[in-house]
Write a protein that binds this ligand. Structure first.
Ligand code: BGC
Length: 273
């Protein structure tokens, strides 16, 4: 059992790594995990300034954070990042596989390079980071003062792990892959006290999809697809991530939490306003 007191932050003293944390959903998650008491590695691949700004934000709020550069699609860089974190903070308790990108094109125009890049970051990156984290979770085992389990992994997926997405074959294939990677890891690792879950965001205001919500016209079109009639904010995803990372969700593994304002409810009919 956890020995933390009721008034302690839910992630007190835990060590988290968030990939792709220099902007958008990842930045919001890094800040929220830190606000919940975790020390946070802010991983980034490009844009060091933005990553350092996230670290400064966390520190200014009294939290602990450090930025580490690594391309999650590269095995050597992932291994070096985990070695650096474990050397500095002793271990890792929470991995958030958030890094992701889109390189959109109609199927007939999609280059192999753009197919490969999206699969490398969105899917292979989650495999490489999960493998590195799990090796450490297994080495260290459960630390009851920190958490009831040896480690938690949260995989960022998408509503497009179930909704096909014309013009985005590489992205949809990567997120479909994340879904079964997550479930398979959850099944394999549950007996070893490791929880693995996914969050599938809907349309969230981030740099990945500015074209979809930047103008009033685009936003009006987008809202037709969202029963809640609101485009999500990164903080909507961050709050769900904190819960999945904490012992509050201790009996949850292999689950996908759709944080999408109802987008996966397929509103393809008259909804009476
Ligand atoms: C994509 C966004 C898109 C949303 C809903 C996400 O996975 O990255 O660009 O707005 O799905 O379609």
């Amino acid at each position: 059992m956890s020995t933390t007191h009721a008034c302690d932050p839910v992630l007190k003293d835990q060590r988290a790594l968030v990939t792709g944390a220099s902007s958008g959903i990842g930045a919001a998650i890094a800040k929220a995990l830190a606000a919940a008491g975790a020390k946070v590695v802010v991983n980034y691949a490009g844009g060091a300034d933005r990553a350092h700004a996230v670290v400064e934000h966390i520190r200014a709020a009294g939290g602990q954070a450090m930025a580490i550069r690594a391309d999650v699609g590269r095995e050597d860089e992932v291994e070096a990042m985990f070695a650096h974190m474990i050397e500095t903070w002793g271990s890792i308790d929470i991995l958030v596989n958030n890094a992701g990108l889109q390189k959109d094109a109609p199927l007939v125009e999609m280059s192999l390079a753009d197919w490969q890049k999206v699969l490398d970051i969105n899917l292979t990156g989650q495999f490489l980071c999960s493998r590195a984290a799990v090796r450490e979770f297994l080495r260290r085992g459960v630390v009851p003062e920190l958490s009831r389990v040896a480690g938690k992994i949260i995989c960022m997926s998408s509503v497009h792990d179930v909704i096909p997405w014309a013009g985005h074959a590489n992205y949809a294939a990567s997120k479909g892959g994340v879904s079964l990677l997550m479930k398979t890891m959850a099944q394999e690792l549950a007996p070893r006290c490791i929880r693995v879950n996914a969050i599938s965001p809907g349309a969230i205001k981030t740099p990945i999809n500015t074209a979809a919500w930047m103008t009033p016209e685009a936003e009006a079109e987008l809202l037709k697809l969202i029963p809640c009639r609101r485009v999500g904010e990164p903080e909507d995803i961050a709050r769900a991530t904190v819960w999945l990372a904490s012992d509050e969700s201790d009996y949850v593994t292999g689950a996908t939490l759709y944080v999408d304002g109802g987008m996966t409810l397929y509103p393809g009919f008259d909804q009476g306003g």
